[in-house]
Design a binder for this molecule. Structure first.
Ligand code: PRP
Ligand code: MN
Ligand code: MG
Length: 176
């Protein structure tokens, strides 16, 4: 599809919001001896890198890959773990970091799996949220921006694996 990318949320606005999220997360975990930030690959990596540097906390990083169910290809919306965490999270403060919540299936499943491992606490932070697209409810602790149902890219979010490195949130606009 021929398309253009228009700026939807500027680089400066994204940076300012992430700085604020970093302050809030820092305040929330005062006194904790370890906060494990878990990035869901691949989309979360850019936001995770920015966010963890805005937190004045003893942070460790771990990563997980959940299968993408594609675009309506699988009616069951079955989400599987393709790459699990490297370390145990039992008794730890855990923050799952995502780039975007759409239907909620990915985070709902990941949250369910991780909560069975008995972390001390389990929270979710997402850069973007598309509330109008939600099909399953997920408790989200921090949201960078709630956005309308637009096709967005940048800050880790891809269109056919491209544009993850754009420093702003862009909107994909079909070209005539
Ligand atoms: C995208 C996005 C979220 C998920 C959100 O990942 O990064 O992880 O979809 O969708 P949901 O709320 O409907 O489950 P994708 O599967 O495209 O993989 P990627 O992170 O590697 O781009
Ligand atoms: Mn993803
Ligand atoms: Mg993707």
């Amino acid at each position: 599809m021929k398309h253009n990318v228009e700026v939807m949320i500027s680089e400066a606005d994204v940076a300012a919001r992430i700085a604020k999220l970093g302050e809030e997360i820092t305040a929330r975990y005062q006194g904790s001896d370890e906060v494990v930030m878990i990035g869901l690959l691949r989309g979360s990596c850019v936001f995770l890198a920015d966010l963890c540097r805005q937190c004045q906390l003893p942070i460790t990083l771990d990563f997980m890959t959940a299968s993408s169910y594609g675009s309506g290809m699988h009616s069951t919306r079955d989400v599987r773990i393709l790459k699990d965490l490297d370390d145990d999270i039992k008794g730890k403060d855990v923050v799952i970091v995502e780039d975007i919540i759409d239907t909620g299936y990915t985070l709902n499943k990941v949250r369910e799996i991780l909560s069975l491992r008995e972390p001390k606490s389990l929270a979710i932070c997402t850069l973007l949220d598309k509330p109008s697209r939600r099909e399953v409810q997920v408790p989200v602790d921090w949201i960078g921006f709630a956005i309308p149902d637009e096709f967005v890219v940048g800050c880790g979010i891809d269109y056919a694996q491209k544009y993850r490195n754009l420093p702003f949130i862009g909107k994909v606009v079909p070209q005539e």
